[in-house]
Design a protein around this ligand. Structure first.
Ligand SMILES: O=C(O)CCC(=O)C(=O)O
Ligand SMILES: [Fe+2]
Length: 305
């Protein structure tokens, strides 16, 4: 933060896929995408009260604590910056509400396709890891904080689609890892509101970009970008991790460096060879690979272009 220049993120409305690919996906730059959620029934339908009414009896585990979704929503409605509610993060939308709920978020954001993470993999460990990429629900209350600065698992990209309420982001480019005192995907610095400068003197060199996401906006965070969030009001979002030709090499590299098995030289090489070949096979499945397995219908404007 030595420069006085404020780094900013672009907002692009109805961005054609080819331009998204050229200007953001391939260069690995974040962007806010607007215009693509306008036909989602969720935008007028979803609220904390909606989830309490329709799915209140469902049981959920939030930050290690089990309760009904209804009881959790009560905490969201009572949340304040002084007493924030926990953050519901890993509920799979189609497990909670099936086709009926998925229908509310269609046509889904096409920028997140092709997605090569869903589908079959010969190695069951890889399959479980990759298949944990699902369309997930995020619900929290005013003042709820993500509580960690991280990049997403296996160097996947992510899209986060804001449906209800407002969310503040702070993101940092992958190169800022040393200034965040990072180990693997997690920064040692946890809370940006109170950074211990004695312990973390190099934090001053970091180049944060802060912005607020509004309902109807999609944040694209590319592979390896550090991020943390804070909810400015009760908030509901959906998101999904994805990987394709643009970050496949980074995903393979991540596996080789992070999994103890893949660090054995021969296993690592065999796995990398297998995954590279698999990437070429996935490529042949076209621009919307992964949509069937995720159980979602994507927008397909790039076919009209
Ligand atoms: O609050 C958010 O939407 C970000 C959540 C996030 O970064 C994650 O679950 O990996
Ligand atoms: Fe994340």
């Amino acid at each position: 933060m030595e420069t006085t220049e404020t780094l900013a993120i672009a907002r692009r409305r109805n961005l054609p896929y080819a331009e998204f690919e050229r200007d953001y996906l391939i260069p690995n730059r974040p962007v806010i995408l607007t215009g693509c959620m306008e036909n989602w029934p969720a935008l007028s339908k979803w609220s904390p009260e909606f989830f309490k009414r329709e799915y209140g009896a469902a049981s959920v585990t939030v930050e290690g604590e089990e309760s009904t979704l209804g009881a959790f929503i009560d905490r969201v409605l009572d949340s304040s910056p002084a007493h924030p509610s926990p953050y519901l993060k890993d509920v799979v939308v189609k497990d909670l509400g099936g086709r009926k709920l998925m229908n509310d978020i269609e046509p889904f954001c096409e920028y997140s396709f092709p997605n090569w993470l869903p589908g079959d993999y010969l190695v069951s460990k890889v399959k479980n890891l990759f298949n944990s990429a699902q369309i997930e629900l995020f619900i929290g209350g005013e003042g709820t904080k993500l509580g960690e600065i991280h990049y997403d698992y296996i160097h996947a990209h992510t899209v986060l689609c804001q449906i209800y309420g407002r969310k503040a982001f702070t993101v940092f480019p992958p190169e800022d890892a040393p200034w965040l005192y990072a180990k693997g995907p997690m920064a040692a610095i946890k809370d940006l509101d109170s950074v211990d400068r004695e312990r973390f003197p190099l934090f001053d060199r970091a180049t944060p970009i802060s912005f607020v996401q509004e309902p109807g906006e999609i944040v694209f965070l590319p592979s390896g970008w550090w991020h943390t969030t804070r909810l400015l009001s009760a908030s509901i979002a959906v998101g999904v991790n994805f990987a394709n030709a643009s970050n496949w090499a980074a995903v393979i590299q991540d596996l080789r460096e992070s999994s103890s098995l893949a660090r054995l030289p021969l296993v690592g090489t065999a796995l990398a060879t297998y995954l590279s070949a698999l990437g070429r096979a996935k490529e042949a499945r076209g621009p919307f690979a992964g949509a069937d397995e995720l159980g979602i219908v994507p927008a397909q404007t790039r076919l009209e272009a």
